[in-house]
Design a protein around this ligand. Structure first.
Ligand code: GDP
Length: 829
């Protein structure tokens, strides 16, 4: 670059040469030959001013100035050729030197970037000084020997800023190369301005890639442009400092984003990566360690951030007490199927909403608000059932403030009633009992109350603290009372929220609407959600295009406990996803993408999320966790009770076992939901998970453990509670077979015609007979046949005949579970 123009070898005949030495950074110098002619008026020599830059035209006779004889021209040409030869040698040498220097620089840079920067700055200062001196000296010379000034002026181009105008005046036949060179110099400064020492590398690259033209403008290039403009405005001679940036570095970063964050060119970053032996494009992701090397290479500072830090923009600051205002309670209605949940929800809505607004059409959006006679506003979740409740809770959205437990007065406490009680208790949400169908003749509310006692729900009528109201969804009896009871409960709870902050809410329902795109009903929990707000919700994000309330009206905003339909999402979130308003769309998108990735990783790693071992580790790590929650499902009520009793006895000062829920029958999705929400494993005693529950458990990483001996179950939990659970697997399922038909074979007894549906059936393995996912027999096989032949193994997808040793009660539709047992020496008592 600049020094490639420096060496001046072409001379004029009869000239009196004088050497001027210029110093540049990195100890580079340049000799400038200043020639003066005694006899003649100066004739501009094309190329004489700048042989290297305009070397190609240096000896062109057609450019011969007038008034020079042929002989002289010949001499000159000769001299020119000699000079050219020297020059090319020189150029080669310089190229080699430059290359060596470049290599040296690259090496040094990696080791001592900071040091070099300092040095460079010092050099810059020295250079500026030297140039200024040089300039002075040259000016003096120019004054003295005006005739030869253009040659000197050409050399002085790097310091052009001060001398430029003067020189232009004096150099009448301004050589074409001079302005070009000055231009290039300026451009170079602009590009490599931050780092003098790297200038050559950058220039080469930019030349190689054809400069900036036609390339898409990146953020970084905008920043550079601004920087250049600023420097221009400040004058070229001002010393430039490299802007050292703090570069936020997540665990993985896309190359172009890395360049952006450093405000460097993407091409430069890609080139650096190539130097490190990584062939990547700007859209590829590199890991943090590689990125760190690059950042250091460019002289910036690395600030490592964890991926999850992207969530930090969602500030969960606690609101000051004075900002809090009371908010309506959010109520979920739960209870056994057919006890009247839906009827009750409809009755409340019809009674209140329609009465309130004449002709008001209600719209089902998953939640609605009503006003009691005393003026309290209540928000009801319109999605009865436990799955909604647990799925919300498991996704981190504890929405419900109060549970209304519906029990039919003509029925009794049923399995789902108990489940609901356990759900509410697990979530620590107060219960209000609604004894429904009181209009029925068979209604016996006292029976319901006493049955509830057994499940530790002691209603006021039984001198307890749980409010109970007798209602009829059909006649409307007791509805007002129920609402007042809820209002009273909410008063006790002192529910408050700050409406003046960025909104946070929970998705109650979401679907893809054909006409409106993805729509989510969001229950605002904090702050106020407004039209135009940018938000992230679960793995989706968007901008509120419209808000529609439970009456189907468009509203501009929704405050705490208000349910609204939100339009303007980029995808459909899931019920229970939390919505947060963010400042910028970039933030919202970044968080959504991070979550999507994290969810993917979690799914990949599922299966081990809530193992007993991890649970205990968690209990140990977190001093607050002193309870080990478990779910128990058993084949009969008797074993369930026996297990629960045994569980209650386990425990020491540090940890207690808490049975969240126990029940009879197969492990269902609801069980998995509750287990996931509470981070509990599910213990199946002689029962199995049904297919959907098994899939959900796999997906959510809920551990299911199967037992057939109560002591084994108790032992395992005991061991887990004392942190000594052995990790060995005692039992492995190797296959499942479905019984298609049952045949009677003389001398053998009943033989099951089966299809192996999963894994493999093995003659030597243990077998269990499952009917409706409940274990009804455990034993060994008497025979395993494939087409009349006794075989050792039958693979999945094949049919076979099986008969049990000493057991005959087999039916078509039963499932045979095939397992292998590995004896593990137990160290516990
Ligand atoms: P859910 O499954 O808990 O949602 O129960 P539903 O609301 O679907 O009600 C189940 C059945 O009980 C329906 O046939 C209702 O008509 C009936 N039902 C609900 N509430 C009452 C009530 O207060 N009185 C009477 N007599 N029947 C009721």
């Amino acid at each position: 670059m600049s020094d490639s123009d420096g060496k001046k070898t072409l001379g004029l005949r009869g000239a009196r040469p004088g050497n001027v030495k210029q110093s540049f950074s990195h100890g580079r110098t340049k000799n400038v030959v200043v020639e003066t002619k005694r006899k003649r008026v100066v004739v501009p020599k094309p190329g004489a001013g700048k042989p290297a830059g305009g070397g190609a035209v240096g000896g062109d006779p057609s450019k011969r100035p007038a008034g020079i004889s042929d002989a002289e021209m010949a001499r000159r040409l000769k001299a020119l050729q000699a000079a050219k030869a020297r020059e090319s040698e020189e150029a080669e040498r310089r190229a080699a030197e430059e290359k060596a220097r470049e290599e040296e620089r690259t090496r040094r840079r990696a080791e001592a970037e900071a040091k070099e920067r300092e040095q460079r700055e010092a050099e810059e200062r020295a250079k500026a000084k030297a140039e200024a001196e040089e300039q002075k000296r040259k000016e003096a010379e120019v004054a003295a020997q005006r005739a030869a000034a253009e040659a000197a002026a050409a050399k002085a181009a790097p310091a052009a800023k001060e001398s430029g105008p003067k020189r232009d005046l004096s150099s009448r036949p301004a050589p074409a190369a001079t302005p070009r060179k000055a231009d290039r110099e300026r451009e170079n400064r602009g590009r490599g301005g931050r780092n003098e020492g790297r200038r050559s590398g950058k220039l080469t690259l930019s030349q190689a890639t054809g400069g900036e033209g036609g390339r898409q403008k990146s953020l970084a290039s905008m920043k550079r442009k601004q920087e250049r403009a600023r420097q221009k405005a400040m004058g070229g001679s001002v010393e430039r400092e490299k802007v050292i940036r703090d570069v936020q570095l997540p665990e993985a970063i896309v190359v172009s984003e890395l360049a952006n964050r450093m405000a460097e060119r993407v091409a430069d970053v890609v080139k650096e990566l190539m130097k490190m032996g990584m062939m990547v494009t700007q859209n590829q992701t590199i890991d943090a360690d590689t990125a760190e090397l690059i950042i250091e290479e460019f002289g910036h500072k690395v600030v490592r951030v964890s991926d999850s830090d992207v969530e930090d923009v969602i500030s969960d600051v606690d609101d000051a007490d004075e900002d809090l205002q009371s908010r309506p309670p959010v109520i979920t209605i739960m209870g056994h199927v057919d006890h009247g949940k839906t009827s009750l929800l409809d009755a409340i809505r019809d009674a209140k909403v329609v009465a309130g607004e004449a002709g008001g059409i209600t719209q089902h959006i998953g939640a609605y608000q009503v006003k009691t006679d005393s003026g309290t506003v209540l928000s009801f979740l319109d999605t009865p059932g436990h799955a909604a409740f647990t799925s919300m809770r498991s996704r981190g959205a504890q929405v419900t403030d109060i549970v209304v437990l519906v029990v039919a007065a003509d029925d009794s406490v049923m399995p789902q009633t108990i489940e609901a009680i356990n759900h509410a208790k697990a979530a620590e949400v107060p219960i209000i009992v609604a004894i429904n169908k009181i209009d029925k003749e068979a209604a016996d509310p006292m029976k319901v109350r006493s049955e509830l006692l057994q499940h530790e729900v002691i209603v006021e009528a039984m001198s307890g603290e749980v409010q109970d109201v007798e209602v009829s969804a059909h006649t409307g009896q007791g509805l007002d009372e129920l609402l007042e009871a809820i209002a009273l409960q909410s008063e006790i709870l002192e529910l408050k929220a700050n409406p003046d902050r960025a909104a946070q809410g929970a998705v109650i329902e979401a679907q893809l609407d054909v006409g409106r795109g993805p729509v989510a009903t969001v229950l605002v929990q904090k702050g106020t959600l407004r039209q135009g707000d940018i938000f992230v919700v679960g793995e989706q994000y968007g901008k509120v295009r419209a808000l529609i309330n439970d009456k189907g009206e468009r509203v501009k905003e929704a405050g705490p406990s208000v349910p609204v339909e939100v339009l303007g999402l980029n995808g459909t979130p899931e019920a229970g996803d939390v919505l947060n308003v963010t400042e910028t769309e970039a933030q919202a998108r970044e968080i959504a993408e991070y979550r999507a990735q994290a969810a993917k990783d979690k799914r990949a790693a599922a299966g081990a999320a809530t193992t007993l071992e991890q649970l205990m580790q968690k209990a140990k790590d977190d001093e607050n966790v002193s309870e080990m929650p478990i779910l128990v499902k058993a084949d009969v009520q008797g074993s369930a009770e026996a297990i629960v009793q045994a569980m209650e006895k386990i425990g020491n000062d540090e940890v207690r076992v808490r049975v969240l829920h126990s029940g009879v029958g197969a492990i269902t999705e609801t069980d998995i939901g509750l287990a996931e929400a509470s981070g509990a494993p599910v213990m199946g005693f002689n029962v199995r998970a049904n297919t959907s529950a098994r899939n959900t458990a796999n997906q959510k990483g809920v551990e299911i453990r199967y037992y057939s001996v109560i002591y084994d179950l108790v032992d395992d939990v005991k061991a887990a509670a004392s942190g000594l659970l052995s990790a060995e697997i005692k039992e492995t399922f190797i296959g499942y077979a479905q019984i298609k038909d049952v045949f009677k074979v003389s001398n053998v007894g009943k033989v099951a015609g089966c299809l192996v549906t999963e894994g493999v059936a093995r003659r030597s393995a243990g077998v269990r007979l499952l009917r409706d996912n409940v274990v009804i027999h455990e034993g060994t096989l008497k025979t395993l046949k494939r087409f009349k032949d006794e075989v050792a193994e039958v693979q999945s997808g094949q049919e076979c005949g099986m008969a049990f040793e000493n057991y005959d009660d087999i039916r078509a539709g039963d499932v045979i579970e095939i397992f292998e047992r590995e004896e593990v020496a137990r160290t516990l008592d």
